[in-house]
Design a protein around this ligand. Structure first.
Ligand code: FAD
Length: 493
C-alpha cells in the first residue's frame, strides 16, 4: 500500500482534471458516457478503457415497456470521442485508485482526477485450471477467434458450465462430439426449468443448419493485439459472439450430457496411462486423446480440449487496494439504490457491481447486456444529480427482471421470477407446450403472475409484463389462463 501511495504521489504534478471519469468501455461504461453527454454536455467526461475497441448499442427496438432488443457494435474507442465533443477516451489500464484524493492512476503513468468516478470495468471468466494448455474459455473477440482456430482440428470437446454461454456453444458448434458436463440436474438451469430443458433437449443432437443469410447483428472486429493484459481485460462479448465464426469440428455431432458433475481432475495422456483409469468410451476403438478429464461421477473422457464456461468474477482487485470499497457476497462492488459504492463520489455499474439495495420483488441481478445498459443509463443520471444537486428516483427498469435471448434457435423471453426464484416452493406452474414450436410457463402465486418463460413466437410478452407489474388477481381464470381461446389482452381494455 505504501508503494502504491508513493506511486500516486510521484505522478501528481501531471494530473488531468475531469468532472466525470468512467473506467471501462463495455456496455455499462459507454452507455453511462453517452447519457452523461445528454445530461451534462458542458462538463468534461473521461472514459478509460483497457481495450482499444468500445461497445455501443445500436438498433434498439422496444419489445415490451422494459425489454428491448438491440445490436451491439464494437467500434474503435476514438469514434466515441468524435461523436461526443465533451468526451475524452483514453486507451489505458487503471492500476490504482486514491479515493481520498479522487485520483486514478493508469499503467502508462497517467493520473486523472474526478469529481465523480464510475467503475464499469466488468468481470472476468472463472476458469478451471487456467494454466492448462488444454483449457480454453470465451470472453472477448480474441478468445472467440482462438476457440474457432482450435475447434477446426478437433473431434471432441468437453464443455463445462450450464449458463447462457455454454448453452449457446453447445448449439453453435457443428460436426463435433460434445461432452457437456453440468453441475445441475438439467441443462441451462440458470435460465430455464426442467420442463423447458426437456423441450429444448430434443434439439441437442441435431446438427445446426448453417445460415447463408447474413445475421442482422454485429460483427466483431478482431483486436490483433498480442498484449496479454489487454486480452484479459477485453470487454465481455454478448449476443451473437459466434455470428462471424465458423465453429465446426471434424466429426459427426453428438451431445453426451453429464449431469450433477464437476471436473475432478485434468490429466495429460502420460498421467492417464500411468493411473490406469477406465476410459468412458463413445466408440469401440478410441485413439489417444490430447487430454483426459475425470468427472466427479468417476467417468473419464478423452477429448481434444476443454471449454470452461463456469461464470464470471467481478474485476475489483485493482480498486480495493488501499480503498474502503465494500464488496457484495458475489464479489462485486456493493452499490446502493443510487449506484453508489461505499466510498464517497464513487459509483459502479454493470458486471462489476452487486446491487445492495432492497430489491423489488420481481427483479434480481444477472450479469447480462440488458442490465449493463440499464445500469449505465441510470448511473449517469445519479452522478449528474449529485453534481447539480437534483433528486432522482430509481429507474422503473429495476422493477422487473427481463431478458431476451435465443436458445437452440428458439426465441426465449424471461420475465420476473421465471424460475420461481425466492418463492420458496409456494407457487403454481401453468404450462402450455406445443412440441418443437412453443413453450409457455407461468409462475403463479395466490392467483397472481410472478414470472414467465416464453419460448417461441408466443406474442405474450407485453401482456405478461403488465400482469406481473400490475399484480392483477387472475384466480378466476384458473388453468384457463393459457388456454388459446382466452384472450388475456382483453383484460386491459
Ligand atoms: P464489459 O463488457 O466486460 O466491459 C468492461 C470494460 O472494462 C472493458 O472495456 C475492459 O477493457 C475495461 N476494463 C477492465 N478493467 C479495466 C481497467 N483496470 N482499466 C481500464 N479498463 C478496464 N449477455 C447477454 O445479455 N446476452 C448474451 O447472449 C450474452 N452472451 C455472452 C457471451 C459471452 C461469450 C460472454 C463473455 C458474455 C455474454 N453476455 C451476454 C454477458 C455480457 O456480455 C455482459 O453482461 C456485459 O458485456 C457486461 O458489460 P459491462 O460493461 O459491465 O462489462
Amino acid at each position: 500500500e505504501e508503494g502504491h501511495q508513493s506511486m500516486m504521489a510521484r505522478v501528481e504534478p501531471n494530473i488531468e482534471e475531469f468532472t466525470y471519469v468512467i473506467v471501462g468501455g463495455g456496455i455499462a461504461g459507454v452507455t453511462c458516457a453517452e447519457h452523461l453527454h445528454i445530461l451534462h454536455p458542458e462538463e468534461r467526461t473521461l472514459v478509460i478503457t483497457a481495450s482499444p475497441m468500445i461497445k455501443t448499442v445500436t438498433n434498439i427496438l422496444p419489445v415490451t415497456k422494459i425489454l428491448e432488443s438491440f445490436d451491439v457494435e464494437e467500434r474503435p474507442a476514438r469514434q466515441l470521442q468524435d461523436t461526443y465533443p465533451n468526451l475524452t477516451v483514453v486507451k489505458d489500464t487503471v492500476i490504482g485508485l486514491d479515493s481520498a484524493k479522487q485520483h486514478v492512476l493508469t499503467s502508462s503513468g497517467k493520473c486523472f482526477s474526478f469529481q465523480k468516478l464510475c467503475l464499469c470495468n466488468g468481470a472476468t471468466p472463472k476458469i478451471i485450471a487456467p494454466n492448462s494448455p488444454h483449457v480454453v474459455w470465451i470472453r472477448d473477440t480474441e478468445s472467440a477467434q482462438q476457440f474457432q482456430a482450435r475447434i477446426q482440428n478437433a473431434k471432441r470437446i468437453l464443455i463445462i458450465g450450464n449458463g447462457g454461454i455454454a448453452t449457446e456453444m453447445v448449439y453453435e458448434v457443428r460436426e463435433i462430439e460434445i461432452i457437456w458436463a453440468i453441475k445441475d440436474r438439467h441443462m441451462t438451469a440458470h435460465f430455464i426449468d426442467p420442463g423447458a430443458a426437456e423441450f429444448l433437449r430434443s434439439e441437442l443432437n441435431q446438427e445446426k443448419t448453417p445460415t447463408s443469410a447474413p445475421t442482422k447483428r454485429t460483427k466483431f472486429t478482431v483486436d490483433n493485439t498480442k498484449n496479454t493484459e489487454e486480452h484479459q481485460l477485453g470487454g465481455a462479448l454478448g449476443p451473437d459472439w459466434h455470428a462471424d465464426l465458423e465453429l465446426r469440428g471434424k466429426a459427426q455431432r453428438t451431445v453426451t450430457l453429464e449431469t450433477e458433475v464437476e471436473v475432478a481432475r485434468i490429466m495429460e495422456p502420460a498421467e492417464f496411462n500411468k493411473e490406469g483409469k477406465t476410459l468412458t468410451l463413445l466408440h469401440d476403438n478410441e485413439e489417444e486423446w490430447p487430454v483426459y478429464a475425470e468427472l466427479t461421477n468417476g467417468k473419464v473422457y478423452g477429448c481434444n480440449f476443454i471449454v470452461s464456461a463456469i461464470g464470471v468474477t467481478p474485476n475489483t482487485s485493482e480498486f480495493t487496494k488501499g480503498n474502503n470499497l465494500e464488496l457484495g457476497e458475489d464479489g462485486g462492488f456493493l452499490v446502493d439504490d443510487k449506484m453508489k459504492t461505499s466510498v464517497k463520489n464513487i459509483f459502479a455499474a454493470g458486471d462489476v457491481c452487486s446491487p445492495g439495495w432492497k430489491l423489488a420483488k420481481h427483479w434480481f441481478q444477472m450479469r447480462l447486456w440488458t442490465q449493463a445498459r440499464h445500469m449505465g443509463m441510470y448511473v449517469a443520471k445519479c452522478m449528474w444529480a449529485e453534481v447539480v444537486g437534483e433528486e432522482v428516483y430509481q429507474d422503473f427498469c429495476f422493477e422487473l427482471f427481463v431478458h431476451t435471448t435465443k436458445f437452440f434457435g428458439h426465441k426465449v423471453i424471461l420475465l420476473g421470477l421465471f424460475n420461481g426464484q425466492n418463492l420458496s416452493d409456494k407457487y403454481e406452474v401453468l404450462l402450455r407446450v406445443t412440441k418443437g414450436t412453443e413453450y409457455v410457463k407461468c409462475i403463479m402465486e395466490d392467483g397472481r403472475l410472478q414470472g414467465a418463460v416464453l419460448i417461441g413466437e408466443t406474442d405474450l410478452e407485453e401482456t405478461f409484463e403488465n400482469l406481473i407489474l400490475d399484480q392483477l388477481d387472475l384466480s378466476h381464470f384458473g388453468a384457463d389462463l393459457l388456454h388459446p381461446g382466452v384472450d388475456i389482452e382483453d383484460f386491459f381494455d
